[in-house]
Design a protein around this ligand. Structure first.
Ligand code: B12
Length: 502
């Protein structure tokens, strides 16, 4: 039996449907017995997993999805302990962290295999191989004969050294079996958000056609993007609504809006549903959308779009290989255009990029003020540049400043690296403490002067008080040490957007 595990991602937010495991599990339905355990729903995950593994039969497999940050922090000691208790247990890791840092995972003494990238076929091929099942599933051109022949698999060679096969092409979501929602208690994932009282997530495409060199998605998909059809995504929306009373959907796709025709058709197909929805897109792509598509999206309930604005500096955008036709002016045009449709732009910025983090941050802070001036409803999310192991100017410059990833999992879960994974590190060599503090101070003044729309706990009175008290700082640009705002934020809850997002 295969026990899938989704480590706890955050103790203080409502859990999100474990989509990775629903996707990987779907291809096993016809041949393997499996169970999904979600650490976000368990009081004592170790005890639950231990119990499952005791009845897992002669071939126990623990398959864990791991994102950097808190999930990794929980997965390491838990897997270590389970391996100690069940020496024959086979532990397989998949997801964003092991895809990028597969060698570090395999150097530990408890991770046996890593599946890199979108892992549906690779995982099933590995199980077929390990269980000696005669018939591999038919994937043209990839016979399941040995470890070396499974694209996307990383393993230890005869000498115990980590090796990785090349990544598999991403599977076309259209050809994959549907998720079996009966495998998880869906109602426990339905939660209130600013979009609606019964919000649920979905993921309707794989990949992203761009190669931005600060983004972990590139390592996963190498510039490919493959979607489910508009009809199928609309069918999911109707199912969510009918089965679980869902009135809002968050689309977690890296790039939901890549194909205008798909989005327009989807909007038409859900027009009568009265659901609110949210997704992630590209500014340059969506600027090319016709007015008709924007109207369709608005009428079909689109409330907010997460957009990577990244920087107010054209030079930094170029350095990021942002590609397409991204410019800071496009961001401003987009903010204006979305205002006219009443759809909120949620703009994310990568601050403090090398080689001149101070100048980069100053320019982007001024740019953010321009954005807010045009459209005060725009949400602003500021991240610190956090390298991913990718070829490109930014990573090369980070390395030349002395940056190196940890060599062991134990190091990865130490507090500094945990902060790094959550893009809050204090230790990046090119970021000096005063700049970090400056950014925090700016963020606090900005969020007080323009309180976030997504924080449903803030009342109109709270918003007015915050705006009034922060007004002089915002206008004089004296962001330094906003102790009065810190005190206010303690009284009136303060939701830092970048820690509640993705
Ligand atoms: C939903 C989500 C979350 C949820 C958690 C979901 C959960 N598992 O409980 C929440 C909101 C809590 C979250 C938090 C964070 N997230 Co997050 N999250 C996502 C998001 C939007 C979707 C992931 C998803 O479900 N995709 C759908 C499924 C079907 O695809 P998948 O996960 O890639 O799974 C496939 C493969 O990866 C693989 N696979 C995955 N797991 C496994 C396991 C096995 C055994 C196998 C065989 C294969 C396999 O096969 C799957 C099917 O093809 C992604 C971006 C994205 N669109 O993928 C970011 C993303 C993974 N998150 C990211 C980050 C940085 C974070 C945070 C650290 C952010 C922060 N500021 O704190 C936090 C911390 C995580 C934590 N707390 O541990 C980054 C990772 C960057 C990196 N360097 O690796 C991403 C890529 C966003 C981004 N573009 O930067 N996140």
């Amino acid at each position: 039996m295969i026990v899938f595990y989704n480590p706890q991602s955050s103790a203080n937010r409502k859990p999100i449907l474990p989509m990775s495991l629903l996707a990987v599990g779907a291809v096993l339905e016809d041949r393997y017995n499996y169970e999904i355990v979600d650490g976000n729903l368990e009081d004592d995950p170790l005890a639950t997993l231990d119990r499952c593994l005791q009845t897992a039969g002669a071939f126990p497999v623990l398959a864990v999805t791991v994102m950097p940050g808190p999930q990794l922090q929980q997965a390491v000691p838990l897997c270590q302990e389970l391996k100690r208790r069940h020496p024959h247990l086979i532990i397989i890791w998949g997801g964003y962290f092991p895809t990028q840092h597969w060698d570090v995972c395999l150097r530990s003494d408890f991770v046996d295999y890593v599946i890199r990238g979108h892992g549906e076929y690779a995982f099933r091929q590995l199980l077929d191989l390990l269980t000696g099942q005669a018939l591999p599933i038919a994937i043209p051109g990839t016979p399941t004969v040995a470890l070396q022949s499974i694209p996307g698999l990383a393993y230890k060679d005869a000498d115990g050294h980590p090796v990785s096969n090349p990544l598999a092409p991403i599977p076309a979501p259209k050809s994959l079996p549907p998720w079996n929602f009966d495998r998880v208690p869906v109602t426990r994932y339905v939660r209130p958000t600013f979009l609606g009282s019964r919000t649920l997530g979905y993921h309707s495409s794989y990949g992203c056609p761009f190669f931005c060199n600060f983004c972990a998605v590139v390592n996963m998909v190498n510039g490919r993007w493959l979607p489910q059809t508009a009809a199928y995504v609309a069918h999911i929306a109707h199912t969510y609504h009918a089965r679980w009373g869902v009135n809002a959907i968050e689309f977690y796709d890296n790039n939901f809006f890549t194909q205008e025709a798909r989005v327009a058709e989807f909007s038409e197909r859900i027009m009568n549903l009265s659901i609110a929805w949210w997704g992630e897109g590209r500014i340059d792509t969506m600027m090319h959308y016709s007015d008709r598509t924007w109207e369709l999206m608005r009428d079909a309930g689109l409330k907010m779009v997460f957009l990577g604005a990244e920087s107010g500096s054209m030079e930094t955008l170029k350095r990021m290989d942002k590609g397409g036709q991204m410019t800071p002016e496009k961001t401003l045009e987009m903010v204006r255009r979305m205002k006219s449709y009443g759809i909120v732009p949620e703009l994310s910025f990568v601050m403090g990029s090398p080689p001149d983090p101070e100048a980069d941050a100053q320019q982007t802070m001024e740019f953010i003020r321009q954005v807010k001036h045009i459209n005060p409803a725009a949400e602003i999310i500021m991240y610190l540049y956090t390298p991913v192991p990718l070829a490109g100017d930014l990573y090369d410059e980070a390395q030349s400043e002395g940056f190196a990833f940890p060599a062991t999992l134990e190091e990865w879960v130490a507090p500094d690296w945990l902060n790094f994974s959550q893009r809050r590190s204090l230790t990046m060599p090119w970021i000096k403490r005063p700049l970090r503090q400056q950014l925090h101070d700016f963020e606090r003044v900005l969020n007080a002067y323009y309180p976030t729309f997504t924080d449903t706990k803030l009342t109109t009175l709270h918003r007015s008080i915050l705006k009034f008290v922060s007004s002089w700082r915002y206008h004089t640009r004296i962001y330094h040490s906003p102790i009065e705002l810190r005190a206010l934020h303690r009284l009136i809850t303060y939701q830092r957007p970048e820690t509640s997002g993705f």
